[in-house]
Design a protein around this ligand. Structure first.
Ligand code: NI
Ligand code: MN
Length: 226
């Protein structure tokens, strides 16, 4: 699987030849100023919850690419009302099959409201299972023992976990989460974008390596094969 970072919690993962774009928040992010959203290709856009820093660029990218939105029922309805019909609603505990593999929507311990204050359903994350490998995208979440259930999904190649603290888990909690999900390769997200979530990146990487785990912190715009 090929993973590209677009900053904050926005990543593109290529699975089985399909491009899955998670939580597009690029154009308002000064750290991602070198990314042109008009160059991003996507077959699917997966939205973990309705907060602005996860949805800012959903509409322009969805309109241009025709990508299918995958999210919770309330978020999908919100976009359908805006004229985006290529969209698949889910809810917590549900799974659905797509041409690249199986998607499960799992609960995050977080809130979910749109910038206009309307209800954005239950905040979630995604587990993607495919014949090329499986991974977990946690969205914004606090640490929860619910994550222990995710070890039921075997061969998890890597997991995206928030590490910035304040609104989500910090590095220490993310290390515990990586135990809960039994995954040693963690891609850090949701850090440095705002003052409240600035971290010492070197220290975070060291904390993971001291427990024989890898924390990958992407340069924005970079692609890795994982
Ligand atoms: Ni959030
Ligand atoms: Mn967020």
């Amino acid at each position: 699987m090929k993973v590209t970072s677009y900053g904050h919690s926005c990543f593109l993962v290529e699975v089985k030849g399909k491009k899955l774009l998670f939580d597009p928040y690029i154009s308002p992010n000064p750290l991602a100023k070198d990314i042109d959203i008009n160059t991003i290709e996507a077959d699917y856009i997966l939205i973990s919850h309705a907060h602005e820093d996860h949805i800012a660029d959903v509409e322009p990218i969805a309109h241009r690419t025709g990508a299918m939105l995958i999210s919770n029922f309330e978020i999908i309805n919100w976009y359908k009302a805006k004229g985006i019909d290529n969209a698949h609603p889910m809810n917590v505990g549900g799974s659905a099959g797509f041409d690249f593999g199986l998607v499960s929507y799992v609960q995050a311990v977080h809130s979910s409201s749109f910038p206009d204050g309307s209800y954005g359903g239950i905040a979630g994350g995604f587990i993607i299972e495919s014949s090329e490998g499986s991974f977990y995208f946690a969205g914004d979440t606090g640490l929860t023992t619910n994550m222990q259930l995710i070890t039921e999904f075997k061969n998890m190649a890597f997991a995206f976990l928030p590490i910035g603290g304040d609104f989500t888990m910090n590095t220490e909690a993310a290390i515990m989460a990586s135990d809960f999900i039994n995954c040693k390769t963690i891609i850090g997200m949701h850090y440095d974008t705002f003052d409240l979530i600035k971290i010492d990146k070197e220290e975070a990487v060291e904390q993971f390596s001291s427990v024989q785990k890898e924390l990958i912190l992407f340069d924005i715009g970079k692609t890795l094969n994982l």
